[in-house]
Design a protein around this ligand. Structure first.
Ligand SMILES: NC(=O)c1ccc[n+]([C@@H]2O[C@H](COP(=O)([O-])OP(=O)(O)OC[C@H]3O[C@@H](n4cnc5c(N)ncnc54)[C@H](O)[C@@H]3O)[C@@H](O)[C@H]2O)c1
Length: 381
């Protein structure tokens, strides 16, 4: 079987996660790796066992590369995804799809025009119990959605000495916590409930108004220790913490909180969706358990188990119950669906995976949230 050859651009934190997940697919081979310069590309390619280190231009010119994964900082997503599509290659882009709506709109239109496969790595949709909740809602088990409570909390920017390109709007965009992790949360909530967010009211807070920027580059989550003389003071104008009230298209309401300064919360997406029949509660740090709340009988805990799940969720499970599946499995399951489309050679009519159009939708919601926080009032999406 000839394998589909793939190139990955950007190999900091998430690029290697893409590579590992791709290597778990039988029909795919990660052939080329592109980095910010050739020296880094060569050392990363050697470290990750990838045949061809290259520049971005060289990657685009490689005729045998069918698909490119864009895993660079946010400000590069638009230009790089656009160039990949124009080179006639399928593309998987990291979230957020672009820095602003205008860029995202252009990418959606171009992807449509080319007919090439386009996906955004909203991998949290691919926890099997997230799809189980979506399927239960579709089959009527949840009933009408009454209310939604969601949070996404992290602590990796807890100290004023924690620093990353995400703190700089020219690299990350004008919103930080909402765009970086709120986008996953909003995507998952609409995905499970099938509702559309129609109005938002946001309140942002920047806890560390000044941070200490290292004078040498540091990779995301790499935990490098620097000395005081290695820092410069910079003022911060994006949110560490945000609360957002939500109104949905069924007339009901929700609320979400995101924070990157919550000590002890490493990477916790939590949601509680209450319907007219049941409540679902789920936590990404214990992703193999779904709490189901009942009014007239005992509450339940569903353990992820293919034999106890709907077939739609079973499709995302590679291991029996009790053999926990987690974050690295979500990308594998997402890519499994994307590469079925790559094998077919075009974007499916109704893709099961998140597309550039979904990336656009998340940017739209995030921009309205940002606008609301600036106006301190309700804004329509
Ligand atoms: N879906 C998820 O769960 C998830 C998780 C983390 C990050 N992300 C997204 O992935 C993207 C990357 O985040 P990260 O945490 O890996 O960042 P990172 O800073 O750890 O890595 C970025 C990499 O891109 C490389 N790079 C920079 N400029 C480049 C260029 N011009 N050409 C090629 N490579 C270049 C850097 O050298 C670095 O290796 C972000 O957009 C982020 O939002 C998604």
């Amino acid at each position: 079987m000839a394998k589909i050859k793939v190139g990955v651009v950007g190999t900091g934190f998430i690029g290697p996660a893409h590579i590992e997940a791709l290597r778990r697919l039988p029909n795919v081979e990660v052939t080329a790796l592109c980095e910010v310069n050739m020296e880094l590309a060569a050392s990363k390619a050697a470290q990750l066992g990838i045949e061809r280190p290259c520049t971005f231009e060289q990657l685009l010119a490689m005729e045998d590369i069918a698909c490119v994964h864009v895993c660079t900082p946010n400000f590069l997503h638009h230009a790089q995804s656009k160039a990949v599509l124009l080179a006639g290659k399928h593309v998987v882009c990291e979230k957020p799809l672009a820095k602003d709506l205008h860029e995202a709109e252009e990418l959606v239109a171009l992807a449509k025009e080319t007919g090439l496969v386009n996906a955004v790595h909203f991998n949290l949709r691919y926890y099997p119990l997230v799809r189980q909740m979506k399927t239960m809602r579709e089959k009527g088990d949840l009933g009408e959605v009454y209310s939604i409570l969601g949070s996404y909390l992290q602590d990796w920017l807890f100290y004023e000495t924690d620093y990353n390109w995400r703190l700089e709007p020219d690299k990350s965009g004008d919103s930080r916590a909402i765009a970086d992790i709120g986008s996953h949360l909003m995507d998952v909530l609409e995905y499970i409930t099938g509702l559309k967010t129609v109005e938002v009211m946001a309140d942002f807070n920047t806890i560390h108004k000044t941070r200490k920027k290292p004078l040498k580059p540091v990779e995301t989550y790499s935990g490098k220790m620097l000395k005081p003389e290695d820092y410069a003071d910079v003022s911060i104008n994006t949110e560490d913490h945000a609360n957002v009230l939500l109104r949905f298209d069924n007339g009901n309401r929700g609320v979400v909180t995101v924070s990157q300064v919550s000590a002890g919360r490493k990477n916790q997406l939590k949601l509680e969706i209450s319907g007219s029949k049941q409540t679902f509660a789920w936590n990404s740090e214990a992703p193999n358990e779904l709490w189901i709340g009942n009014r007239d009988r005992s509450n339940e805990v569903l353990m992820r188990d293919p034999s106890l799940s709907y077939p739609e969720a079973r499709d995302l499970m590679s291991f029996p119950g009790g053999h926990n599946e987690g974050f690295p499995d979500t990308s594998k399951q997402l890519f499994k669906e994307v590469y079925a489309a790559v094998t077919a050679g075009k974007q499916p009519e109704n893709p099961s995976f998140p597309t550039f159009a979904d990336g656009y939708r998340e940017l739209l919601i995030c921009e309205r949230i940002l606008e609301s926080s600036r106006k301190q009032g309700w804004v329509k999406v």
